[in-house]
Design a protein around this ligand. Structure first.
Ligand code: ATP
Ligand code: MG
Length: 816
């Protein structure tokens, strides 16, 4: 059906309409949650195509996740038809990969440190990059205990997000740890180049460098993309900010190209990625950086009930230094927020499951499973929900938490493919060198690595030398033979790639000929059966990928887009090559994207009308930008949410509070909030007081289904009826808390409240104190927090890990 342009504006308010139809220059839309920012962005694109006759090839839209990109594309196609497929709608990372592949030749010419780059480069994810940093740090004799690779990697990532080169980093490094990271940085970059690989941060940084170094390339993209649109602008980091500026331009170029129309939308209160270098500054200073920019505020919320909105507003109001926003809704009061204090995490999960069941059963309420989302602060909290959902037969999926692409066997299989696509990919090559075991031991690997260093050649090339002349590399004949067989195997497999066989066939061949599948087949370990299933799943993903180019729903769409692209003189739609498959996988597996629970890269199909869909489980971070009729906010406890790591750090606590704001504002009609009195962490019971965010929700908005008991005499189960003390979530009753804190038992049953606690005084500890714990052994106090019943200490128990413990109660620990 051909859309009527009028309809594009019909269901928008005046401010939204202004944003959609605004012509020229830069446009900033700042507004609270649920005010229609994403809707404005989508409509604006549709309006550009339908009304202002902009060619789809001139539009670049940037979203925060692959899923959001797919949805936006789908919406625009619905509004203006399939020719919209020629737009670029993607994440920053995907967009940069596309540019870098296209410009690999130029890149190799104009950028120092990129001479080894070809268009089949590998994309290193966080794990790959940590492995490489580990190798570099080892070669530089950096003590991994004092300077863990994770920390070095984080520091280098921060520098890249600030567009700081190794030289900049060296000059800026202020602490010992930073100086070590600055030593690693240039060598790490050299090895990346040698491996023909980019890490995620490089994708952005190198694209910026490319645009700056090559006026031709820069001019090409400026001329091409006349419209640049960015959603979730508050979560862009400095590098991304500069990238947007380079792409859209601020001044007319020498050859007369005007800056693109730039439209960014965001909400400073929803900035939740500062830990990855995101900076609200980008919003706050947009007007300064673009003096002619036009700003539009949206104030009406269309998503939530007044109750939900009031709760969210009250929580975020506690953050200082923010612009106060007047967000209102005319959708009515709605239902009260439901609160629940659980005995433990299992009880909490049982409550959530029971409530979901009741909601879906209630025909009058009209909720489906797919209307419900359960949020938690960290991924590991999903397990308890999964267990009970499975037991009760409640359909669910975990978003982002399953980490299909992080499983060992999946990574191994992909590493083979990556080496086949890019033989210089050292990290992948070393990963599979002796997997499955083929007699190439650590010593042989080390000999090849040091030969490569000595001769300044790549590991891959050194391996080839070893295969033909083991003695040259200093290898025993047996190792050299094993390496020769491996090189031969990879050569054979490489022929399949040269012949452009479908990725799925190449993958099958890898699993067969390397003996990887046989080894799992023969194993008695039940885990290996799961591994086989996962590999089968990976083959399926590859198979499906091969069948249809990305982003096209039907053959006709693909053809139409190809014609469109041709007419506009833009890129061909992507081919289903091995490189394209690997790129797709790398981007789907990106931590800021949302792969489906079962790990396949297909779009959700759970919203179809004829099925009730599934409940979604996810972290609050992944929920950004989404909305659900019913939301369960779980684990609202001090130490969990806000996360313990943020205690005592004002800026990080402010970020946690924004996260709470994001959580509440995802809900359309119902919001539940729960916490557990006891939660096991590291196999130990933790007694966490109510989250401060819970206290910040006005009491009159919450209806407590179950509160914290006031009376210590209960045994065999907390009273189900609510006993009131203050506001249920509050922290007004020290004796109750003391009783809770005095546990020491691990209760896993839903009513598992035992009365074997004993009341003891809190252990007094200070930073630096040495302790001996019955289970963890000797440790040193690294930090303390809270006082009285809230007192906790974080203690480093060496190889047993770092553990946070409540100090009140029968802690099996003595101060030394
Ligand atoms: P967030 O900050 O969470 O990303 P947002 O500002 O992007 O939120 P949207 O997701 O675009 O908000 O919109 C929130 C909801 O309100 C959506 O369901 C959207 O369809 C609806 N909506 C937005 N504007 C209107 C309108 N003018 N009339 C009716 N519904 C609207
Ligand atoms: Mg949005």
């Amino acid at each position: 059906t051909q859309p009527k342009n009028r309809e594009l504006l019909a269901d928008l308010n005046q401010a939204q309409r202004d944003a959609v139809t605004h012509v020229g220059g830069q446009l900033l839309v700042v507004a609270g949650a649920g005010s229609g920012k994403t809707r404005v962005l989508t409509r604006r694109i549709a309006y550009l195509l339908a009304e202002r006759k902009v060619h789809p090839g001139q539009v670049m839209a940037i979203t925060f996740t692959n899923k959001a990109a797919a949805e936006m594309r789908e919406r625009v196609v619905e509004l203006v038809g399939r020719r919209a497929n020629a737009m670029w709608v993607s994440t920053f990372h995907a967009m940069c990969v596309r540019i870098l592949r296209r410009e690999a030749k130029v890149l190799a010419d104009v950028l120092a440190g990129s001479s080894g780059v070809t268009s089949n480069f590998s994309i290193y994810d966080a794990d790959d990059s940590r492995r490489l940093i580990n190798l570099v740090a080892r070669d530089l004799d950096i003590d991994p205990k004092r300077y863990p690779p994770r920390g070095l990697a984080a520091q280098i990532s921060n520098w890249k997000n600030e567009l700081m080169t190794p030289l900049d980093a060296k000059a800026a490094a202020a602490s010992d740890a930073e100086r070590k990271a600055a030593d690693v940085y240039p060598e790490y970059q050299r090895r990346l180049e040698q491996a023909n690989a980019f890490d995620f941060d490089d994708l952005i940084m190198r694209t910026v460098e490319l645009l700056r170094a090559s006026p031709d390339v820069s001019e090409y993209y400026r001329r091409r993309f006349r419209h640049v649109l960015v959603d979730e602008y508050q979560d862009t980091n400095h590098a991304q900010y500069v990238l947007v500026r380079e792409l859209s331009g601020t001044e007319r170029t020498e050859s007369g190209t005007e800056p693109a129309e730039l439209c960014v939308v965001g909400d400073a209160d929803q900035s939740i990625y500062a830990f990855r270098g995101a900076t609200i500054r980008n919003i706050e200073e947009f007007e300064r950086d673009y003096p002619r920019a036009h700003t539009i505020l949206l104030e009406q919320n269309y998503r939530s009930t007044q109750t939900i909105l009031s709760a969210a507003n009250a929580v975020i109001a506690r953050n200082s230094g923010r612009r106060d926003k007047r967000l209102w809704t005319d959708s009515g009061e709605g239902e009260a927020i439901v609160g629940y204090v659980a005995d433990n995490e299992h009880d909490e999960a049982a409550f959530v499951a029971g409530e979901i069941d009741a909601l879906v059963d209630d025909a009058a309420a009209g909720f489906k499973y797919s209307d419900v989302a359960v949020f938690y602060r960290t991924n590991n909290q999903s397990r308890v929900f999964e267990e009970i959902f499975i037991r009760l037969g409640l359909p669910y999926r975990v978003v982002g938490g399953v980490r299909f692409y992080e499983r060992r066997e999946v990574r191994d299989a992909l590493a083979y493919l990556r080496v086949l696509a890019n033989p210089q990919d050292t990290v992948s090559l070393r990963r599979i060198l002796n997997v499955p075991k083929r007699g190439i031991g650590d010593r042989a690997e080390a000999a090849v690595a040091s030969y490569a260093e000595r001769e300044r050649i790549s590991f891959s090339d050194a391996l080839r030398v070893a295969a033909t002349s083991g003695s040259e590399v200093g290898l025993a004949a047996r190792s050299a033979n094993a390496i020769a067989r491996f090189v031969e195997l990879m050569n054979e497999l490489g022929k399949l790639v040269e012949a452009d066989e479908p990725p799925a066939d190449i993958l099958e061949a890898v699993l067969e000929r390397t003996g990887y599948r046989a080894q799992l087949d023969e194993s008695d370990d039940p885990q290996d059966a799961t591994r086989l299933e996962n590999l089968t799943e990976l083959v399926t993903v590859a198979r499906e990928f091969g069948e249809m180019p990305e982003a096209f729903q039907t053959e006709a769409d693909a053809v139409a887009a190809a014609e469109d692209a041709e007419a506009a003189g833009v890129d061909e739609p992507e081919q289903a090559t091995l490189a394209a498959f690997l790129e797709r996988v790398a981007l789907v597996a990106d931590t800021d994207s949302i792969p489906d629970a079962d790990g396949d890269a297909e779009d959700d199909a759970d919203d179809s009308d004829d099925d009730a869909g599934v409940v979604t489980l996810m972290t609050v971070h992944t929920a950004k930008g989404l909305e659900y009729p019913v939301v369960f906010g779980t684990g609202w406890e001090e130490g969990v949410f806000p996360h313990q790591r943020t205690f005592g750090k004002d800026d990080e606590l402010a970020e946690e509070r924004r996260l709470a704001y994001v959580a509440i504002t995802r809900a359309r009609r119902r919001f539940y909030v729960s916490r557990a009195l006891v939660r096991s962490a590291w196999g130990q019971p933790m007694y966490n007081p109510a989250s401060r965010f819970l206290d910040e929700i006005p009491a009159e908005l919450v209806e407590w289904r179950r509160e914290e008991p006031t009376n210590g005499a209960t045994s065999g189960g907390l009273p189900r009826a609510a006993t009131t003390w203050g506001r249920g979530g509050g922290f007004g009753n020290d004796s109750a808390q003391a009783r809770l804190a005095a546990g020491g038992m691990r209760s896993t049953s839903f009513s598992g409240w035992k009365d074997d606690w004993k009341k003891t005084a809190a252990l007094e500890l200070a930073v630096g104190d040495r302790v001996n714990h019955d289970k963890y052994g000797l440790g040193t106090v690294v930090s303390t927090d809270g006082s009285g019943p809230r007192a906790t200490a974080t203690i480093d128990f060496g190889t047993s890990g770092t553990v946070k413990l409540m100090l009140m109660g029968s802690v099996p620990m003595v101060k030394l």
